[in-house]
Write a protein that binds this ligand. Sequence first.
Ligand SMILES: Cc1cc2nc3c(=O)[nH]c(=O)nc-3n(C[C@H](O)[C@H](O)[C@H](O)COP(=O)(O)OP(=O)(O)OC[C@H]3O[C@@H](n4cnc5c(N)ncnc54)[C@H](O)[C@@H]3O)c2cc1C
Length: 303
Amino acid sequence: MECPVENRTKIVGDKFPDSGIPVSESGKGHSNTMSTTQPIVERAMFPLVPRMTTVVEITQLTPKMRRFVLQGEDLRSFESRDADDHMKLVFPAEGQAEPVLPQVTDQGLKLPDGAVPPQRRDFTPRLFDAATGTLTVDFYLHGSGPAGNWAESATIGSKLGVLGPRGSKVVTGGVDVYLLVGDETALPSIARRLEELPAGQKAIAIVEVDNPAEEQEIETKADVQLTWLHRNGAAPGTTNLLEDAIRALPKPEGTVYTLVGGEATSLRPIRAYMKEAGYDPALTSFSGHWKRGVSDHDHHEEV
Ligand SMILES: Cc1cc2nc3c(=O)[nH]c(=O)nc-3n(C[C@H](O)[C@H](O)[C@H](O)COP(=O)(O)OP(=O)(O)OC[C@H]3O[C@@H](n4cnc5c(N)ncnc54)[C@H](O)[C@@H]3O)c2cc1C
């Protein structure tokens, strides 16, 4: 297997191997033992429970990434088994102190009569701590929209609704290399997965952020090659950084499980290239987390 990065911690401003792309990397050399088993994909479904939560902690992780810790009795039954899980956050309407949550009825979820449907957006459960009943969510402060606006103005005590996750898709065994690719909206999921991977599991992570100040320290026991790509002031979703990095990456040997998330339009050429390069489509997942110029983009839309 190719080992483009040697044992080292963090190098800011280095080049992605052979590509000329400005990046920083941290990683360990990968060893050579390939898996002989196939990955097992298990799906777990959870009841759809509307949950009201309260902000109990706010941390500015980087200039543009703000962490919220949410707490609430309703979170006692919360479950999230995989880093790729997502939930709908429900935001209070303008002028309201808390969001209107749907009720569970025989016909499914229903809003109270006369209620204006609240704004909802997809987010990653960055961490759920069952012992303290707290749910952590990282918001990228991109500037506009109900989620972005809420994150800019929320304070300790602010209310936020949580719907889901509806289920988890857990992959066990048989993966030689996790290939995790995305922008700031995928970073919560990528960071969570790197933290949760077992010791020795190989992973390659390629993350696009605006500049070196947006890089995060990620603790992991896994054998990770992490590359940060910098837009250096270009608008999110307007560069080829991720595509160029994937094209420059020698295809890892063995069974590769790939997760790609970011601006929908910019993921299309990456998907086309990966198909052409022989990445197994059954083990490759693309999620258009947002779309330029579109509010509330549907991530189920094919990339
Ligand atoms: C499965 C999944 C998991 C996600 N997890 C996270 C997460 O953990 N943290 C997180 O921050 N985001 C996450 N996202 C992305 C988030 O849902 C979108 O960015 C969402 O559009 C934000 O809603 P909004 O109300 O702020 O903006 P919207 O009302 O949806 O959009 C308003 C405007 O802002 C633009 N816009 C939206 N998002 C971005 C962006 N990231 N950068 C630049 N412009 C943008 C839109 O193109 C539009 O022009 C996730 C998305 C999915 C599908």
